[in-house]
Design a protein around this ligand. Sequence first.
Ligand SMILES: Cc1ncc(C[n+]2csc(CCOP(=O)(O)OP(=O)(O)O)c2C)c(N)n1
Ligand SMILES: [Mg+2]
Length: 286
Amino acid sequence: MEDKFKIAKNEDIAWCPGCGNFSLLRIIQSALKELDMDPKNTVISSGIGQAAKMPQYIDLNFYNGLHGRGLPVAVAIKMANPNLNVIAEGGDGDMYGEGGNHFIHNVRRNPDIVHLVHDNQVYGLTKGQGSPTSSIGQKTSLQLNGVTSIPFNPIAVAISLGATFVAKAFTGDMQGTKEIIKAAIQHKGYALVDIFDPCPSFNKTNTFKWYQEHTYKLEGHDPADREKALKLAFDDHEREMFGLGIIYKREDIPTQEDNMWFYKDSKKPLYERKAAIERVLHKLGM
Ligand SMILES: Cc1ncc(C[n+]2csc(CCOP(=O)(O)OP(=O)(O)O)c2C)c(N)n1
Ligand SMILES: [Mg+2]
């Protein structure tokens, strides 16, 4: 296969030895290659964090902006040019904490983008404070006696908001994660993949072994059944045994791009339409 989506050499990457991000970088590369995507038409938008550094290590277009802002920028890129394959990517802190409000409101728009969250259940870059997804009792560099807040449940939240593709993955399951990411890319609409991703330096609770022991492959699960999907999301979260696979999926909802007035009448991307840009600016009072 042609050497597309080249990735940086390990010695040029600023992640700790044993970080799950090394596997995830390779998984994303394989998924993009196997789908024969064009690097020129592929964009990753990310924020700040160890996870958010990822697009700097793979040969494609990227935007690495402010903490928590990877998702709105991805949505804007898709709106300006729906012909691009757009991925928003970052950590659990970036996407559910600092970027939590963007998560809530962009899911509802059903933009045709992929949202990859490296969920290491900790703020890795800033040396291990508790993140929105940290478990109760998890001891961190800040919560010395253990985290006391109920962890954020991204799967249940996304399903409740009307997300059209919701999946759970684990970087230790490279093959399974690759197939999920490929399905997310092929899905027409918003696709969340929450990916367990061990942080060996700062999360001593959720180790690689912990994830192996607390995950199982979803079998015989019907992702079209929203009630069952939501029940699974609550049950897995409560017992800390997480099913890996596509938890919920539907394809009958129009995407944000389908709904855009300036795109509906002509399939030309916004950036090619001077008059439409002027109308958008006028609507914004600019
Ligand atoms: C507005 C703002 N608040 C806080 C920070 C400091 N900060 C940088 S990265 C980070 C947490 C990153 O955690 P996560 O998104 O889970 O990524 P990880 O490093 O774990 O991959 C924080 C709090 C910042 N850069 N900007
Ligand atoms: Mg994190």
